[in-house]
Design a binder for this molecule. Structure first.
Ligand SMILES: C[S@@+](CC[C@H](N)C(=O)[O-])C[C@H]1O[C@@H](n2cnc3c(N)ncnc32)[C@H](O)[C@@H]1O
Length: 252
């Protein structure tokens, strides 16, 4: 096998749980590359799903998988799947409408780290967010590393990629969504009314939210910090905020 066997419009999904998620999804699968001599319950599940979907499984030595995914921890399995599909803004509204819920979107203003994006997708799925909006330029998009870090959530959380974030924010406002930015100078997140249709904006790992985006916000929200460091990791902050929305909307 060499790299040319993988068509350019294909994504390589590495790892057992991500492989199972992609095999259960509706995405087209080209082929499965499985490390020789592996067994176990997850491998049996993968082989069962492959059989059910009539997907070719090629047995390869570990070194081939290492080369294919460039040292990523593949756990003996790589799935060559159709390229990750981006959604449209309407798909996010439709996802909210389908669940009869007010929109709950996450906007990432220039997030760069694929592990942060994967982790945010994982919590977005868990906390019931209807989708994520990212800019096309100067930001991480959907990659194999993101897929791995999302542990399969990438198959369930729609991601919209837009050319102009400020324009999209204005469209969201026109459609009744309240925009909340996040930094260290906003209202305490425990006093935030999360029962409205909302989009939460997270900033870049180094620079935070850009000025032009911040100017469009209806409000700013802050997670209090009483220690010595100046900010939380973007995906950690996003998780706390997403669960605050969940908590506010799902009273016990
Ligand atoms: C590492 S921080 C960026 C710090 C950046 N130097 C700044 O001044 O905003 C990345 C993102 O995480 C979120 N964040 C981090 N800590 C936060 C907190 N305590 N409250 C609200 N959001 C926070 C914000 O969205 C921020 O833009």
């Amino acid at each position: 096998m060499d790299q040319s066997e993988i068509e350019e419009d294909r994504d390589l999904v590495a790892g057992r749980i991500p492989a199972i998620e992609v095999l259960k999804s509706e995405r087209d699968i080209n082929k499965i590359f499985l490390q020789e001599g592996l067994s176990g319950s997850k491998i049996s599940e993968i082989l069962g799903l492959a059989k059910k979907r009539n997907i070719q499984v090629q047995m390869v030595p570990k070194s081939k998988l290492d080369t294919l995914v460039d040292g990523m921890n593949h756990q003996g399995i790589v799935v060559a799947a159709a390229a990750f599909q981006y959604a449209e803004l309407d798909d996010l509204f439709a996802a909210a409408a389908l669940k009869k819920e007010d929109p709950f979107f996450i906007i990432l203003d220039g997030l760069e780290d694929p592990h942060n994006l994967g982790s945010i997708m994982r919590t977005a799925d868990a906390s019931g967010a209807h989708g994520i909006i990212i800019p096309k330029r100067r930001a991480v998009g959907l990659t194999a590393t993101v897929a791995k870090a999302s542990t399969g959530a990438i198959e369930h959380v729609p991601v919209v990629r837009v050319t102009n974030l400020v324009q999209t924010i204005n469209e969201l406002k026109d459609r009744g969504v309240w925009l909340y930015g996040t930094d260290m100078k906003g209202q305490d997140y425990r006093q935030w009314d999360t029962k409205l249709p909302i989009a939460v904006v997270m900033g870049n790992e180094g620079k935070g939210i850009s000025r032009l985006v911040k100017e469009q916000m209806d409000g700013m929200v802050t997670i209090p910090m009483v220690g010595h460091v100046q900010s939380l990791n973007a995906s950690v902050a996003a998780s706390l905020l997403m669960y605050e929305v969940y908590r506010g909307r799902n009273a016990l």
